[in-house]
Design a protein around this ligand. Structure first.
Ligand SMILES: Cc1ncc(C[n+]2csc(CCOP(=O)(O)OP(=O)(O)O)c2C)c(N)n1
Length: 377
């Protein structure tokens, strides 16, 4: 039973829990999402992957005064449940129910109305600058963006602007190595490289442990320790970190499922001024075996399923049913492409979602993923 979750109407209730209780709350929240989604389908795997992150952010930051901006927004179910919409979540995506995405008209906790994708850093940058101009120096601004959404052009534009505006804001990069389909391209390879470089990460961890032992006053942006750490980081990091190169302090990569550790990191980051990025590694569909194994299939679910096994509850009927809209598109584009070799297929990193995978299977060299412009071969 959800003993802790049912005591939480808003993040103020969450803050009454001890840090040691947070893993249990995460289990309950994850279970609640699975249970609800099993009979009221919608986006699924992405929210499961950010349960710990969601709990840690609301535990550490003072939302809604502090601004929390989700990027594609389909991972914000946990956020909705912890911010006054636990019961309303039963009517998620239903007529007269709540929206499946953050919506500024629905709740003060939804700082930015989002759909898809790559807008969060720009929006958060605007909020951070507005806070600075209006003298609200204590207001924190946090953007959460996935590695898929980070490949969008507007996200790069925002990182570029962060470098010059130097706002007090935190970007949390939720890296599950997935968009709707598998992420490919230069940025995803880069993130993998910095996540897996053992030597670099060992040195970085030692440095951050050293930093942790220092008192709060030593962790300011201009402190000697901070400057020393940056110099050492540059020394050990032969390839310059792309984010550090843009004047954004980079922290991580770290385990995005260790809620207690996330809380301690976020508390530390809260005290550090300037533009920062925390890179967390998560598993899309975390805690639900079928979704962990096939996150693309479980990105969004269309039918009720058994919350234990993932098996569909209503077997597909033998009755003839109309084809899916996207399959009509997929079959048609393939048919046309066979007749006209000038036709190419382009998708925003979601070949399965728009059924371009039908053409992709037969003509991989003529299909492109918009987000990274690589042929789908
Ligand atoms: C401008 C734009 N580009 C691309 C897409 C297709 N798209 C939808 S969600 C998404 C990214 C999802 O991946 P990520 O941000 O990593 O979130 P996750 O689902 O993995 O949590 C993409 C590329 C879109 N909807 N709009």
């Amino acid at each position: 039973m959800s003993q802790l979750l049912q005591t939480i109407e808003t993040p103020d209730d969450l803050k009454k829990l001890s840090v040691d209780q947070l893993p249990q709350l995460c289990d309950e929240l994850r279970h609640f999402i699975i249970e609800q989604m099993s009979h009221a389908p919608g986006h699924f795997a992405a929210s499961l992957g950010v349960v710990e992150l969601t709990v840690a952010i609301h535990y550490v930051f003072d939302t809604p005064y502090d601004k929390l901006v989700w990027d594609v927004g389909h991972q914000a179910y946990g956020h909705k449940i912890l911010t006054g919409r636990r019961e309303a979540f039963r009517f998620n995506r239903k007529l007269n129910g709540i929206s499946g995405f953050p919506n500024i008209f629905e709740s003060d906790y939804d700082a930015f109305g989002v759909g898809h994708s790559s807008t969060s850093i720009s929006a958060a940058l605007g909020m951070a600058i507005a806070a600075r101009l209006s003298g609200e120096k204590d207001r924190h601004v946090v953007a959460v963006i996935g590695d898929g959404a980070l490949t969008g052009g507007e996200a790069f534009e925002a990182l570029n602007n962060m470098a010059s505006a130097s706002p007090d804001m935190l970007v949390i990069l939720n890296d599950n190595n997935m968009a709707i389909d598998k992420v490919t391209g230069g940025m995803s390879q880069y993130l993998l490289d910095i996540s897996t470089s053992g030597f670099y990460n060992r040195i970085r961890n030692k440095l951050s442990q050293y930093l942790d032992r220092k008192n709060d006053s030593a962790t300011g942006n201009n402190s000697f320790i901070t400057k020393l750490t940056n110099s050492l980081k540059n020394l050990v990091n032969h390839q310059t970190n792309i984010f550090e190169g843009l004047n954004i302090r980079y922290f991580g990569p770290t385990d995005g499922h260790d809620v207690k550790y996330l809380v301690s990191i976020l508390r530390d980051l809260k005290r550090i001024k300037g533009p920062k990025m925390l890179h967390v590694i998560t598993v899309k569909g975390k805690g639900f075996k079928a979704a962990e194994q096939d996150p693309t299939k479980w990105h969004a679910v269309g039918r009720s399923f058994d919350p234990e096994t993932g098996e569909p509850l209503s077997p597909p009927s033998n009755e003839p049913h109309p084809p899916l809209y996207q399959d009509v598109f997929g079959e048609t584009i393939l048919e046309l492409a066979k007749q006209n070799d000038k036709i190419l297929g382009i998708t925003p990193a979601m070949p399965s979602g728009c059924s371009l995978n039908i053409m992709m299977r037969e003509m991989p060299g003529r299909c492109f993923s918009l987000v990274n412009w690589s042929p789908l071969i």
